[in-house]
Design a protein around this ligand. Structure first.
Ligand SMILES: NC(=O)C1=CN([C@@H]2O[C@H](COP(=O)(O)OP(=O)(O)OC[C@H]3O[C@@H](n4cnc5c(N)ncnc54)[C@H](O)[C@@H]3O)[C@@H](O)[C@H]2O)C=CC1
Ligand SMILES: O=C(O)[C@@H]1CCC=N1
Length: 267
């Protein structure tokens, strides 16, 4: 990561904080990072925790940066970017749904836009991000964006049309997985475990299963088969999950999430 690059964040919420943490861990000096955040208490927290500069407003922020991360909610980006001078900068949007063409049209000029769909495990440097480049961004812009997001987890490059699917799988995915962990822990409590023990067992089971899958590169069904002994406990549980529509529930949730991402992009 070039340490001289100045990176600004429009919006200093959860995802901005995650990326800031990664950049600092990757050796970018705090003095080269700036945030424009309208909530004074939140801005003060970011300054105190990370030593980043706080810009007076979005225009001032953008004027002093080489790359600008758009980390506001999709519903407010129109007002957040009013009067911003786009030329000569890279805009990295992490907003769900918002197309690079819409940003290019709003920013005007030769605006270089790269889109990223990260996720909240970036906060502990274990995120998964998919990246795609707008029409005016260069290969170097894509490479720089990838280097930034490599600092907070894994990255891949996809066609922009697939970013809604990415949102359905990994962008929103932590919420599904955490609900699964919560349910598994609830079941443990129902059967007599303490909340603390049940949650620790459930969370480690998800972490360990993911690690097993990523390290062996086997198909999940094959690894699942290794758990299920003939006539044993697991296959009885799997039958119950299938009867209750577990897989369909997950796929339906992703359908709804993808549709919502597409809808956000049409506003
Ligand atoms: N939270 C998540 O899991 C993920 C979120 N995203 C995307 O990241 C973006 C940010 O999400 P979060 O960090 O979760 O939201 P957040 O609500 O934590 O942060 C947004 C921040 O923007 C600030 N803000 C509001 N209006 C502003 C304005 N006009 N100018 C500058 N700042 C303004 C808010 O005060 C807030 O601190 C969203 O567009 C979302 O689609 C993408 C992937 C995952
Ligand atoms: O819920 C949302 O809209 C954002 C985008 C992906 C995760 N959170």
């Amino acid at each position: 990561m070039p340490t001289e690059i100045k990176i600004g964040f429009v919006g200093g919420g959860n995802m901005a904080e995650a990326i800031i943490k990664g950049l600092l861990a990757g050796g970018v000096p705090a003095g080269n990072l700036a945030v424009a955040e309208p909530l004074p208490a939140r801005a003060a927290t970011l300054k105190e925790r990370y030593g980043v500069r706080i810009a007076a407003d979005n225009r001032t922020l953008c004027a002093g940066c080489d790359a600008v991360v758009l980390a506001v909610k999709p519903q407010v980006y129109g007002t957040a970017l009013q009067g911003i001078e786009a030329s000569g900068k890279l805009f990295i949007s992490i907003m769900a749904g918002v197309q690079s063409s819409a940003l290019e049209a709003l920013l005007g000029g030769e605006s270089r836009v790269v889109r990223v769909m990260p996720n909240t495990p970036a906060l502990v440097l274990a995120g998964a991000s998919a990246i795609s480049r707008g029409t005016l961004a260069s290969e170097a812009d894509l490479a720089l964006t990838r280097r930034i997001f490599d600092l907070v987890g894994t990255t891949c490059v996809v066609d922009e049309k697939l970013l809604d699917a990415v949102t359905g799988v990994s962008g929103s995915g932590p919420a599904y997985v955490l609900t699964f962990i919560e349910s598994l822990a609830d079941a443990g409590v129902k059967h007599g475990l303490t909340r603390e023990v049940a949650t620790a067992l459930a969370a480690q089971t998800v972490l360990g299963s993911a690690k097993l899958l990523l390290e062996t590169r086997e198909h999940p069904a094959a690894l699942k088969g290794n758990v299920a002994s003939p006539g044993g406990t697991t296959i009885a549980a799997m039958h119950s999950l299938d009867r209750d529509g577990f897989r369909a529930a997950v796929m339906n949730a992703v359908d709804v999430c993808v549709a919502k991402s597409i809808e956000l992009g049409k506003r």
